[in-house]
Design a binder for this molecule. Sequence first.
Ligand SMILES: Cc1cc2nc3c(=O)[nH]c(=O)nc-3n(C[C@H](O)[C@H](O)[C@H](O)COP(=O)(O)O)c2cc1C
Ligand code: SF4
Ligand code: FES
Length: 550
Amino acid sequence: MQLDDLNAIAEKEKAAAKKVCLRTCMSAGCMSSQADVINKNLDAEVKARGLEGEVEVRRVGCMGFCGQGPLVGVDHDDGRHELFEFVKPEDAPAIVNSLKGGPCDVQRGDPQHPFFAKQVKIVRANGGIIDPESIEDYIAAGGYQALHQVLTEMKPAEVIEEITKSGLRGRGGAGYPTGLKWGTVAKSPGGKKYVVCNGDEGDPGAFMDRSVLESDPHLVLEGMAIAAYAVGADQGFLYVRAEYPLAISRLQIAIKQAKQLGLLGGGIFETPFIFNVDIRIGAGAFVCGEETALMASVEGKRGTPRPRPPFPAESGLWGCPTLINNVETFANIAPIIGRGADWYASFGTEKSKGTKVFALTGKITNNGLIEVPMGIPLRQIVEEMGGGAPDGRKIKSVQTGGPSGGCIPADFLDTPVDYESLTKLGSIMGSGGMVVMDDTTNMVEIARFYMEFCMDESCGKCIPCRAGTVQMHHLLEKIAQRKATLRDLIKLEELCDMVKNTSLCGLGQTAPNPVLSTLKFFRKEYEDLLQPDQFGPPGNGQPNPQSAPK
Ligand SMILES: Cc1cc2nc3c(=O)[nH]c(=O)nc-3n(C[C@H](O)[C@H](O)[C@H](O)COP(=O)(O)O)c2cc1C
Ligand code: SF4
Ligand code: FES
């Protein structure tokens, strides 16, 4: 495979494209409501009317507006785009009818709605556009050009410099500078090095990485290959949880296709560069997303964290220097190389560059996946794009960062969404879960829910987390049941402090965050549930009508 061959594939694919295209979302959300049957029926209908010469029926990845799915997009020959929502298999004849101006009563969405219009798509640019099971589609969209560029025009150090200059920070949660991490792996001595893609995605409410893997698997593979070249690795692992079977099968297809075209394996683009990728399937333990636990799991051991240092960049898989990045981090790489670090850095804020994908869920009118420039005010996301809380309710809080994050009260909706601003409020950017809560939400119950999650997911290796999460959960239940006193609340705060500061890994270190942030902003809801004791009555033990546990 050489550049001419790559371009020939792209040209052939573009020449074969029809003037009109019916795109059916074939990601997990829409697939769970018979998107595959819808696509089959559309195809049959187009053929039955002899339209196959002018109308293409394409299986695509997630379009983002998952709450309105199943979705079918229509690209007309005059440049118009239409969107059909809540499509049913029996709607196929009406949709095909509408192409020629016939009547169609299937619900139409607005492709110009702020939900779409305010997005800046870098990672999700191909989502809902290309067929995720077609490498030719990816190549026609410019795929594998960036890999060719680095292998034929750039030295590994130049690639790292470009990623550093882009300001990209890891999208797995902590926001560590990607170029700095790549540089450490590249400098670490050792003949054998590995690249690992973390697709464990265990946060409740999060599905950004699953969607990227299902919608554009080659984008992640290309990012991994570029990273491998930059750090000097020849083997990669994609770690994906077993609950993501569609993502796994699309990755398997993508790896096979890339190998067949010589874009993975030996002598890529007729250079000495070798890169192979294998998939490792996780069993769904949240802690296996933690990088040292993930590496143990890849090695076939029990997935429990170990102390750092040594960091994976120095001593990772089988003791070799290992680069671990998140799915979204890798998905940013090819666009950065292709369009340049300065272009990428033109999005976002001074310290948080580029875009971020969020899974917008909870008590919000428009549910789904959005990609927005860093620094966008939270209010724009939840009110304009998300359409606010349904049923005329008021937004009370927005939870970011999953079980490691916190609840941002509605008073702070003008906060820019970047790493620093969210941390200042006691929350974190996290990997992209964004759960909106309305004024019926009981914040003590929210804290109890996240603590229960951490308690269940604690691997039990260290005592502060193993015993501390159980005790904190017990105290939260006692408070929720109105059986606790001020002494219990003080004990809860002391435990938060102890577990945060003495746990071995990030799971325990951040498990108290939802409690601390709800205590910081919604303390009265806790106090209203307390019984009086000899230390005095902060509340009357009676439920606050706003916060009564269900
Ligand atoms: C309990 C726990 C779970 C984690 N889960 C994930 C995950 O599912 N995906 C992920 O990319 N990072 C996860 N991380 C962060 C990883 O340890 C690691 O920092 C990340 O994969 C590095 O990639 P990045 O630099 O691209 O963000 C988790 C961390 C902890 C403590
Ligand atoms: S903090 Fe929790 S999850 Fe992490 S090692 Fe300790 S027990 Fe395991
Ligand atoms: S799963 Fe179909 S639009 Fe997201």
